[in-house]
Design a protein around this ligand. Structure first.
Ligand SMILES: O=P(O)(O)OC[C@H]1O[C@](O)(COP(=O)(O)O)[C@@H](O)[C@@H]1O
Ligand SMILES: [Mn+2]
Length: 652
């Protein structure tokens, strides 16, 4: 045994001080490994649509309703089963509604508790008792533990009656029901994978973040929109302008002002003065049906939208000039505008601009911010970096997020692995070296962390600049398109110029062999693994499918984002992986207040045997721990490490 091994075992012996404690932990861990694996849920591209997303979470994408139907289908009417589902998803709201209607009777309460316990039994069947106990509020642990674990049917009936009657007598039934609903919700989703783009377009990504932070086990693979917010909070001013611009474009003040407490007054005052007599027609915000009642004056929003867009265009061109290694000169368009004629030169041709009023652009130095623009950006940057809530959410994105994740044999990332026209890996130069494929994603992960966690200096600034590249650069794995036609889409009325071409990955990855090679590159079993992506809306109504490459690749951006539902024809996908199979839940557009939103489930792959925890990454970790404990047992038995008295675990 090496000195290191001995030191490690000594550390472990603090937790398991003698043969008995180490041996019983081995038994515990082995028992856990033999349970069926928990259900994993994969979501992507929520784009601030918190109501629809929260509904998917609360309902476990329809799985709770399926459990209700399975357990109560033979004895309870379908209307009552639907009502029970609505109660589990929205206990407060439903209880209030029933109370108002005079339906909150003791008979309803006892029947409901009885039914909820049956559903709870079904959703908790796969878990250890301790995992279930940990999900139950302290004051209910004893009662529920008893109710869930009586096995004798005759005793059970009597026991249930006594406990439920006592719950009613003591007046805690409504609280008990509410908490039961929450426990069912939280146990229904064992782990959650978010394949990126939580932010932008829809109203309240901050509410989604709050909800994710409450989840028991969640990981996030950053999307280009998430990285844009992360770069903004890291201090990159082009990205600060970008997130504000997108919020103005969709008339979303709530996330900035109410969600994050960012003060937009300085922008409103600046825009109101500089663009006073300018109608800013092309900058009128989109109004999705969520925000038509927004009290903000749309004329003023249009001015703010224009002000921040012009600043962003200048800052982006400055960035491109500062980083010739990105090879993005062709995207440096703002220097080519002729402010007097109101035109722009692109690819040798001159185009008329849809907006010709540029009061802040100096003909001699078009990329320079005016003093006022500079001051405004300083104010905005300060408020971004000092919003506690925003920093808390960004930290969560960093701690629980990454460029990609390999989990249980699958590979998860938002956009693409940049490939050239021949299908070869494309590289990006970072800190003087070329990176491609997995190494590129690993390096970018490191860069993203440096952008946020370094305190100051060139390295921090250059790393934050790279987050802008990740937002829209032609070889960005998060963006995956040759250009972002941001300038053209606003200013030029020529649809050919608006076209953005997807990276060759999107053709090559239709081929199972290519997917298998990529899985191998990430150290996964190509036969068993899958790639799971978001980012590209799947246009079901045009006959597209989220299942690609013969089932090796899933693209699950089905359009939770309302802005894209007309194009996709549905309202998003959830990929669900339980111990038996992989399923896709296809969601209907979410209409608040309507109770029935159960998605259509499609089976996409049935496993050849039921997957247990020992078949998962967690199972591997547990096995490693079991092996360490076996070594510890040997060390105790041979006297290399001395046993100590047991610690009192009740106090832990
Ligand atoms: O529809 P909008 O909000 O104008 O955004 C369009 C822009 O968004 C993008 O699609 C990027 O966002 P996604 O990652 O959600 O696709 C760009 O390619 C495009 O220029
Ligand atoms: Mn995206």
């Amino acid at each position: 045994m090496t000195l290191m091994d001995k030191k490690y075992l000594q550390l472990l012996s603090k937790e398991f001080p003698n043969i008995d404690s180490a041996a019983s932990e081995i038994v515990n861990l082995s028992a856990i490994r033999s349970l069926p694996k928990g259900t994993e849920y994969f979501f992507s591209d929520m784009h601030g649509e918190y109501e629809a997303f929260l509904h998917m979470l609360k309902s476990a994408s329809g799985m709770i309703k399926i459990k209700i139907d399975l357990t109560l289908g033979k004895t309870v009417s379908s209307a009552e089963r639907e009502a029970l589902a609505a109660l589990i998803y929205y206990p407060d709201k439903e209880q209030k509604r029933l109370k108002k209607a005079g339906l909150l009777t003791d008979e309803w309460r006892s029947l409901t508790i009885y039914r909820l316990i049956i559903v709870l039994e079904a959703v908790s069947a796969k878990y250890t008792r301790s995992r279930v106990r940990n999900s139950i509020p302290q004051d209910m642990v004893y009662i529920l533990d008893e109710l869930l674990n009586v096995t004798d049917d005759i005793v059970k009936d009597y026991y249930y009656d006594v406990i439920i009657t006592t719950i009613l007598d003591t007046g805690i039934a409504d609280h008990f029901i509410k908490e039961l609903c929450k426990v069912i919700q939280s146990l229904a989703i064992d782990s959650l994978h978010i394949i990126g783009d939580i932010f932008d377009r829809g109203p309240r990504a901050d509410i989604i973040m709050d909800e994710l932070m409450k989840m028991h086990d969640v990981d996030i693979q950053w999307g280009n929109h998430d990285i844009s917010w992360m770069g903004a909070v890291s201090g990159n001013r082009a990205l600060i302008a970008n997130v504000i611009r997108i919020s103005m474009r969709y008339n979303n003040f709530d996330i900035l002002e109410d969600g994050y407490g960012l003060n937009l007054r300085a922008l409103a005052v600046f825009a109101g003065e500089v663009y006073k007599d300018d109608p800013c027609t092309i900058f009128m915000p989109h109004t999705l049906d969520d925000n038509i009642y927004d009290p903000v004056d749309t004329q003023l929003v249009a001015k703010m939208h224009k002000a921040i867009t012009i600043i962003q265009l200048k800052l982006e061109s400055q960035l491109i000039k500062r980083h010739p290694e990105w090879g993005m000169d062709d995207r440096e368009l703002f220097s080519n505008i002729d402010t007097e004629k109101g035109t722009v030169k692109l690819g040798g041709k001159t185009y008329d601009l849809l907006d010709k009023n540029f009061p802040t652009v100096d003909k001699a130095d078009p990329l320079a911010l005016t003093d006022e623009e500079n001051e405004l950006m300083t104010v905005l940057a300060n408020s971004f970096m000092h919003s506690d809530k925003l920093c808390e959410h960004m930290r969560f994105l960093y701690t629980n997020g990454s460029m990609y994740k390999t989990i249980n044999g699958n590979l998860l990332f938002h956009g693409c692995i940049p490939l050239d026209e021949k299908g070869e890996l494309l590289s990006v130069k970072i800190e003087g070296e070329e990176y491609s494929g997995k190494a590129l994603l690993d390096k970018l992960d490191e860069v993203a962390n440096k952008a946020y966690f370094l305190h100051s200096g060139d390295e921090k600034e250059n790393s934050a600049d790279l987050l802008w590249y990740l937002w829209c650069g032609p070889r960005s794995p998060l963006y995956g398109k040759d250009k972002m036609a941001f300038f053209e889409r606003y200013f030029i009325d020529d649809h050919d110029l608006h076209t953005e071409n997807y990276n060759a990955y999107y053709q090559f990855s239709e081929n199972a062999d290519v997917c298998m090679k990529i899985l191998e590159m990430f150290g996964l079993d190509p036969e068993k693994g899958h790639i799971i992506n978001g980012h590209v809306p799947v246009k079901i109504k045009n006959g597209e499918s989220p299942v690609k490459a013969g089932g090796k690749l899933f693209v699950i951006d089905g359009g939770i984002s309302k802005a894209y539902q007309n194009a996709t024809g549905i309202a998003g996908y959830t990929l669900i992986c339980d111990s038996h199979s992989l399923n896709l839940a296809e969601h209907k557009p979410f209409i608040a207040g309507e109770s029935e939103h159960t998605p259509t489930l499609h089976l996409v792959e049935r496993f050849d045997h039921r997957a247990n925890i020992c078949d998962t990454d967690r199972g591997e970790e547990l096995l490693a721990k079991i092996n360490d404990l076996r070594e510890l047992l040997k060390a105790y038995r041979s006297g290399i490490i001395k046993q100590k008295k047991d610690i009192d675990r009740r106090t832990l």
